[in-house]
Design a protein around this ligand. Structure first.
Ligand SMILES: [Zn+2]
Length: 173
């Protein structure tokens, strides 16, 4: 899959999809993160890969995953997991994931959860009514799994393996 062939914008907008079908993995550039934080982001990527039964998200240099952005304009954008403030956002041009590390900590969000949500946008998903792509996850909820609805949606954008399916032990509400 080619990240330049972007299918979703993490702001509730959906781009027209054409010519996307490559099975190339998406390389995540995690420079700027400490080892512990990078591990949490890679945990989210690994969970997606397991759920999709494909190595879709790998380390690389195609998509920057940034701890924050101080330029102001990007901070105005909202992909709130709670409402009222941003903890992360995905921008499609160029494909970039911003994770507000300080706000995530301040409001007791789980970095791996926010990363999994924004990586879902990177894969092409819009918000869903439940599961990892739900936009109303509360502080303190720890990331556990990728739900089946999100997997089904993602497999419409990327090439999933035959064993693709939810990594949740039980159905998510
Ligand atoms: Zn979102």
């Amino acid at each position: 899959m080619n990240p330049r062939c972007t299918r979703g914008l993490g702001l509730g907008l959906v781009l027209v999809l054409t010519g996307c079908g490559s099975e190339e993995p998406i390389g995540l550039d995690l420079h700027g993160w400490g080892a512990e934080d990078a591990d949490q982001i890679l945990t989210a990527a690994a969970e997606w890969n397991q759920a999709l039964d494909a190595d879709v998200l790998v380390t690389g240099d195609e998509v920057q995953v940034l701890p924050r952005d101080d330029s102001g304009w990007v901070r105005e954008l909202s992909d709130s997991l709670a409402g009222g403030f941003s903890v992360g956002v995905y921008l499609s041009d160029p494909p970039t994931v911003f994770l507000w590390r300080d706000v995530i900590d301040e409001h007791q969000y789980d970095l791996s959860y926010v990363a999994a949500h924004e990586l879902g946008h990177l894969l092409g998903l819009d918000h869903l009514k439940s599961g990892v792509m739900f936009a109303g996850t509360q502080p303190g909820v720890m990331f556990e799994c990728i739900d089946g609805v999100a997997v089904d949606a993602a497999c419409g954008f990327v090439e999933c393996g035959p064993e693709a399916g939810s990594t949740c032990l039980e159905d998510q509400p």
